[in-house]
Design a binder for this molecule. Structure first.
Ligand code: RBF
Length: 177
């Protein structure tokens, strides 16, 4: 594949992810500042097909665009980026050697890393962001843990189903995995 094609694909996937992020679906009323959208799957697909680093690049471009054109909330967009990177990096690094067992293990580690990491980060960030006492955040923890676990499980299942097909479309002449 030429470099120009690669750059074009990164651009298209970043743009697709940016548009998909407008979905912003809250899962739980108690934590309606946590909003689901499947945009991280675009970055995960690229991380699987090219490299973990390029996947995180797509994630970053998507978040910068969404910050500039839609949210204007630096805390929210940073949390979105950190959550996405905590999920994508372990999943894609473990998957790099290929194989279905490794792929599923990668998702499990990615879901655990994103859910665990974001739990700790929310304990630190939410008291400042919402100006609430720490006890309030602890009451919200089951919802925060549930949100991240469900978000990244959905992303994993969708990615598992589609990533081989997407690879065949992007690299039609290369060996199947
Ligand atoms: N997104 C996540 O995927 N996981 C989180 O744990 C998470 N925590 C957040 C905490 C705060 C205080 C804010 C403002 C946002 C958080 N987000 C998190 C991002 C949120 O779900 C949404 O993607 C962004 O606010 C952009 O709409």
């Amino acid at each position: 594949m030429t470099n120009a094609k690669r750059v074009a694909i990164i651009g298209v996937f970043s743009a697709l992810a940016f548009v998909i992020m407008y979905l912003e679906i809250p899962f739980f009323p108690a934590v309606n500042f946590l909003k689901y959208d499947p945009s991280d799957i675009m970055a995960l697909l690229i991380a699987f097909i090219y490299s973990p680093g390029i996947g995180v690049l797509v994630l970053a471009i998507k978040d910068i665009l969404f910050y500039l054109f839609k949210s204007g909330d630096i805390v929210g967009i940073t949390m979105n980026f950190v959550a996405g990177a905590l999920f994508i990096l372990p999943a894609a690094i473990i998957y790099a050697k290929k194989g279905r067992a490794r792929e599923i293990f990668g998702y499990i580690v990615g879901i655990a890393a994103a859910t665990g990491g974001m739990t700790l980060l929310n304990i630190v960030v939410v008291p400042f962001y919402w100006k609430v006492p720490l006890e309030t955040v602890f009451k919200l923890l089951p919802w925060i843990i549930g949100f991240n676990a469900i978000k990244f499980t959905i992303d994993s299942v969708v990615n598992y189903i589609i990533h081989r097909r997407v690879k065949d479309i992007l690299e039609p002449n290369e060996e199947r995995i």
